[in-house]
Design a binder for this molecule. Structure first.
Ligand code: PEP
Length: 251
């Protein structure tokens, strides 16, 4: 399966800075074996500029969130049609920062994921356990609940459009990474769950790892079975680091 390396820029960079970073990533990957999919997730105001900056490359661009409705009285929100209008083709749903800072429930995440599919935007469903949940031995139960509810009502025929990202909350932005063994165990559980939901169609679903991925640890993680790419936060803000992670996935 082709790995997917995705950069989540979060609430960083102005339009010009975003376009410059995207252009540097495109330059850095020129000539790199095209065996890896690469997506950048800039903040909304920079999406169109980043789409333009990577137009001559294979890099795709996504939004960091979307509203479940297409339009209406939802001050401050961005809809699927608005993302499409800016040239985005993927979207993150259920990132732990959205769940924690904005109180998004599994049910809301599911509505957002279905809104993305309604507009043929490829959703990346983010799931992950907190430090306390991990300490209490609840990792698998939490991730299972988030995956089951997040994917509720998604028919088998749409399975190929879904990506899942396992991002332990305790590893996001902390410099602490799950060990390759820890990550691989959760990925195996997620793959088994997807198989249960969609049978053979689940084989085309990539499960990414996210949480303090760097050029130094990427290869160890990405060579594990069941880890089909990475969602990269901090290191995606540095073109050289991000390109090195992409190259680790090529290898
Ligand atoms: C993220 O927020 O999706 C993420 C993985 O961040 P970081 O790589 O900085 O831990």
């Amino acid at each position: 399966m082709r790995p997917l390396i995705a950069g989540n820029w979060k609430m960083n960079l102005l339009r010009r800075q975003g376009a410059d970073l995207a252009a540097a990533v495109a330059r850095g990957l020129r000539g790199t074996d095209a065996g890896v999919d690469v997506t950048l997730f800039p903040p909304f105001p920079a999406v169109a500029a980043v789409v333009e900056a990577v137009a001559d490359s294979e890099i795709t661009v996504g939004g960091q969130d979307l509203h479940a409705e297409d339009a209406g009285a939802h001050t401050g929100a961005i809809s699927g049609p608005m993302l499409l209008d800016m040239g985005a083709t993927r979207v993150l749903v259920g990132h732990s920062e959205r769940r924690q800072e904005f109180g998004e429930s599994d049910e809301v995440v599911n509505l957002k994921l279905k809104a993305a599919l309604r507009h043929d935007i490829l959703p990346v469903l983010c799931v992950g356990d907190t430090h306390d949940e991990r300490e209490a031995g609840q990792t698998e139960a939490v991730v299972e609940r988030q995956v089951r509810t997040g994917l509720e009502g998604v028919v088998t025929g749409r399975a190929a459009e879904i990506t899942v990202a396992y991002e332990p909350v305790w590893a996001i932005g902390t410099g602490v990474t799950a060990t390759p063994d820890e990550a691989a165990a959760v990925h195996a559980r997620i793959h088994a769950l997807l198989q249960e939901l969609w049978g053979q169609a689940a084989e085309s679903v990539r499960v990414l790892y996210g949480g303090s991925v760097t050029p130094g640890n990427a290869a160890d993680l990405l060579t594990r079975p069941g880890i089909e790419g990475a969602l990269v936060g901090g290191a995606s803000l540095d073109a050289r680091d991000f390109c090195a992670i992409v190259r680790a996935a090529c290898a």
